[in-house]
Design a protein around this ligand. Structure first.
Ligand code: SAH
Length: 337
């Protein structure tokens, strides 16, 4: 499918927009379409691969609840819940531990109206509150926060050195009816904040950094912990990681803007640095290590789901590329770290 018409119109009106603005618009327009997941959709996430994933995270939440001091009331938050599958699988496990289940209130942060509706259907048994952003979440109780493949959807900026000068990448609409990348020289203060050397594209995600910082500040005030799973790198590096996926195929970002799932690799190094000093940050774990530690292989054997388990934990599948990033208001003995 071709790029979204509204986005093309907007870019041609504005002449050009930054990669950051384009990515934010593309994500919003794309998920507004509704259910894009699974075999018949564009891409498959861990909770859509296997119930084992949500079950392990459900067990992790029950344990985290005990480690933060078994609060009688806490807020369970999921960012970007997609179809609601992960929350449904987690709650099935949490329900087995009634004191924990009775203590929680469920809050989902989702910007897509169509996906909110899907989540409502899947989770109709539960009492749920929805939010468009982190800002309206309750402020008076401890938080346990989960997000799978959420950070990768928050927008990034891209910079490139052209003749020894840092430029920001923009997208413009040409007379030929095509979108293309352009360069715009950055202001002096931006130039001063970028590395002095380096080849290729340098990515920076202020929106992601602001998101984790805001959350870390909340955790400090309310207590609790947050766990995000996403693909990305442990150490900041140069490279263009902006990517688009449609019908399980990698496609051209510009040709499909707003009509395909657009993401970029998460720079966990940069995210850690952005909350240093205001949160306790746990060792970054590979998804395979983390899920094995929680006992996924025993559960898989019991349910004869070894193939699904393999997809989640094997080094050459999702086990190594996907990382588990956790932080809290102070050090707790959370499982898996
Ligand atoms: N966690 C789900 C879905 C991942 S896709 C899974 O693992 O299957 C990304 C999700 O984040 C979608 O639900 C999308 O609508 C939501 N999302 C993306 N950007 C968002 C934003 N800025 N605010 C709130 N939700 C967002």
């Amino acid at each position: 499918m071709r790029a979204d018409k509204k986005i093309i119109e907007y870019i041609s009106e504005q002449k050009s927009i930054s990669v950051e603005d384009a990515m934010a618009l593309a994500v919003e327009r794309y998920y507004a379409k509704g259910d894009v997941f699974g075999r018949a959709g564009d891409f498959t996430t861990a909770p859509e691969i296997s119930q084992l994933f949500g079950e392990m995270l459900g067990a992790w939440i029950v344990d985290a609840w005990t480690k933060i001091g078994t609060p009688q009331a806490f807020v369970l938050v999921e960012f970007g819940p997609g179809r609601g599958t992960l929350m449904a699988d987690m709650l099935r496990v949490i329900e087995k531990v009634l004191p924990c289940f009775n203590a929680l209130s469920i809050h989902l942060v989702e910007q897509s109206g169509a996906l909110k509706q899907k989540q409502q259907e899947v989770l109709s048994r539960y009492n749920i509150k929805w939010h468009d952003t982190v800002e309206t979440l309750p402020t008076d109780k401890p938080l346990i926060v989960i997000g799978n493949e959420f950070l990768d959807a928050l927008p990034i900026r891209q910079y490139e050195r052209v003749k020894d000068v840092w430029c920001e990448r923009y997208i413009s609409y040409g007379v030929d009816g095509q979108l293309s990348f352009q360069h715009k020289e950055v202001a002096d203060e931006v130039n001063a904040s970028l590395p002095k050397k380096g080849e290729g594209i340098y990515e920076h995600a202020p929106a992601r950094e602001k998101f984790v910082r805001d959350l870390a500040i909340r955790l400090k005030a309310q207590t609790g912990c947050a766990l995000f799973i996403d693909y990305g790198h442990e150490i900041s590096a140069y490279g263009d990681t902006l990517q688009a996926v449609q019908s399980h195929q990698s496609v051209n970002v510009l040709e499909t803007l707003g009509a395909a799932d657009v993401t970029s690799h998460v720079d966990f190094d940069a995210l850690s640095r952005s909350i240093e000093g205001c949160a306790h940050i746990y060792a970054l774990r590979q998804q395979g290590f983390f899920l094995r530690h929680l006992g996924i292989e025993y559960r898989a054997q019991k349910l004869s789901l070894e193939k699904e388990c393999e997809r989640l934990v094997a080094q050459d599948q999702m086990g190594k590329l996907f990382k588990v990033f956790a932080f809290s208001d102070k050090p707790y003995a959370l499982e898996g770290f």
